[in-house]
Design a protein around this ligand. Sequence first.
Ligand SMILES: Cc1cc2nc3c(=O)[nH]c(=O)nc-3n(C[C@H](O)[C@H](O)[C@H](O)COP(=O)(O)OP(=O)(O)OC[C@H]3O[C@@H](n4cnc5c(N)ncnc54)[C@H](O)[C@@H]3O)c2cc1C
Length: 383
Amino acid sequence: MSLSEVFDPGVLALPLYDDAHRTLADGIVTWCGDRAEAWAGLDTTDPAATGRAVLADLGRSGWLSHLDPDRPDSDLRSLCLRRQALAYHEDLADFAYSIQELTAAAIARHGTEEQRRRHLPGLAAGTSAGALAVSEPGAGSDLAAAVLEATPDGDGFVLNGTKAWIAQGDIADVCVVLARTGDGPGPLGLTTFVVDCSAPGFKAEPVGAIAPRSWAELTFTDFRVGPEAVLGERGQGLVVSLDALERARATVAAAAIGFGRRAFRLALGHARTRRAYGGRLADLQLVKASLARMDVKLSAASLLTARAAWAMDAGLDYARHSSAAKLYGTEAAGEIVDGAVQIFGAAGIVAGSTMERLYRQVRSLRIYEGASEVIEMTIADAL
Ligand SMILES: Cc1cc2nc3c(=O)[nH]c(=O)nc-3n(C[C@H](O)[C@H](O)[C@H](O)COP(=O)(O)OP(=O)(O)OC[C@H]3O[C@@H](n4cnc5c(N)ncnc54)[C@H](O)[C@@H]3O)c2cc1C
């Protein structure tokens, strides 16, 4: 796989990126190319074990090293480039990378020095798996409605309740949990904790998904934590959680571009070789129009994502930009993959084929880290 298949060279050449980004993009594409054979044989029937193995490989290979407090940090543009390349090549690699990143970001940005030293080196090495558990069966988009209870007990707390839809939940060693401590009304009564999943009272029940990934419902039963588990300030749990999620939004857009670009490249190749009516599919005007629309959507998504990541790296207000990138990128990826399946015809829905897997993999991006409708509200409110 060449760099120009995975990334748009015209976008990478823009002054929104510098040479270090271009070198990084080249490096991760080469690394993914080296993994292609191994990834083609991944056992997706056991996403937990496979997820752990992929995570360990990412850690060993140094792609998570910036999460270590003693190593140089990474800017958001680099995170986006890594996610685009990983998603282009292998969903499970992007998934492991992104969840590790999300968990570590909450700890790095809001944790004490002791919490950072305790949890981040393992997350950076890929030897410890992270999870960020905020959603509940009764509170998804409306996170302020979270009810998992953290009852004061001596100088610590006892957690009781359920978290739903938690990525890496069934393999997590460390988990950031949003809980109700009742310090204030509604959203001000929430606090985040960083907890050790091997402690008594933690149970993870795997949930099967449209695209196999390590995903679980978590139950906390009389789960005791000390005061050192509080992440950030008491009563500021919603702020801590939303900060991690909002920062990650542009990276979701980048992953969407990776999935979309893979589907587009495959559809283009297929249209150019598939014989029809004495010519090629690529000669048919409606097929050409479909490919052209895909190309424009990918360009627009890439530019929105680059702008959002650049704004964050420049210390500018980025929330509206990353929301726009996430909204547009994930919706566009859905349309591109759907259009690519159409160009493949029946061959596009063969179970286990790359097109069919992309079709399943791309769907959840429009729901997690802010459903499209929620993002539209956010953008409108910022106008
Ligand atoms: C693959 C995947 C991985 C996930 N990983 C995690 C994880 O690691 N940790 C975690 O805590 N959670 C995770 N989630 C949960 C995710 O954050 C929630 O699914 C998401 O916030 C939506 O919540 P919900 O599913 O409860 O849907 P609901 O909140 O019930 O919303 C359902 C639908 O209602 C509509 N809607 C909601 N709010 C509005 C609004 N304000 N205006 C208009 N329409 C609206 C939207 O169409 C939305 O899709 C994951 C979800 C998926 C699909």
